[in-house]
Design a binder for this molecule. Structure first.
Ligand code: SF4
Length: 237
């Protein structure tokens, strides 16, 4: 197993380069959904052409603009993006029992569990490492995110998974400076006041002075604003 060798001062390019060097292409992938993730794709493309893997979680509840964005990124970089769908039976059972908007009543955990986490767990079962766009300044739950960590939420007793967060030390301005400088594609919803973009019913535009993830699950407490993809941020691990 590769060691956790990255220094705190590493740049995003160095973190991505190290990650892609240490793991075979079919054992590591970039998790794609937001602006940060396209920066990661852009960095990877500059390093290794299109010899890297990308997946995204299609919950079935994304904005039309997000679906358009996924396809635009695929064409821009001439890459394959593996679009993971949730289990039909589980979604149908949830909707049959609780309707299409149960998360407004009893929280997002169950719906995210079915529409996102189960798909992610299935995908990570095929990988040894994944690369995410988490940044420390995104929310109170992410202030300690390192450049590299063992993913304690998805590793098992027999299968350790490493998570790379190359943009951990960047702030939002760094991301958008990069996007503008390198003409990186982005979701047009950002031009309509959305900052952090998730599913349509669980994301809303925010004011300039609000925290970046204030528009996500706005009816819930700030400390609950992880969908389970980065559940370890909520623990002391
Ligand atoms: S963000 Fe909302 S709609 Fe999307 S999976 Fe979570 S609870 Fe369901």
């Amino acid at each position: 197993m590769p060691s956790l060798a990255l220094e705190v001062e590493s740049t995003p390019d160095e973190v991505v380069a190290s990650a892609l060097k240490r793991f075979e292409q079919d054992r590591i992938a970039i998790s794609f959904s937001g602006a940060e993730d396209v920066v990661l794709i852009d960095i990877a493309a500059k390093l290794v052409g299109n010899a890297f893997s990308v997946f995204t979680l299609d919950t079935g509840r994304l904005h039309a603009e997000t679906y358009e964005f996924i396809d635009r990124v695929r064409e821009h970089y001439d890459i394959q993006i593996e679009v993971l769908s949730p289990d039909n039976w589980d979604v149908e059972e949830l909707v049959r029992e609780k309707g299409l908007f149960s998360f407004y009543k009893d929280g997002h955990t169950q719906c995210c569990g079915i529409r996102k986490i189960a798909s992610l767990e299935r995908k990570l079962g095929e990988l040894d490492a994944w690369i995410t766009g988490q940044r420390r300044d995104q929310s109170a739950t992410r202030t300690n995110v390192p450049h590299e960590q063992v993913d304690t939420a998805f590793s098992t007793r027999t299968h350790e998974i490493v998570k790379f967060n190359p943009l951990a030390s960047w702030i939002a301005d760094d991301v958008w400076s990069y996007i503008r400088k390198h003409k990186v594609p982005y979701n047009v919803l950002h031009d309509q006041g959305y900052k952090s973009i998730g599913c349509a019913p669980c994301t809303r535009p925010i004011k300039a002075d609000e925290p970046e993830r204030a528009g996500r699950w706005w009816w819930e407490h700030e400390d609950d604003k992880e969908c389970g993809l980065h559940a370890q941020n909520l623990s002391s691990d």
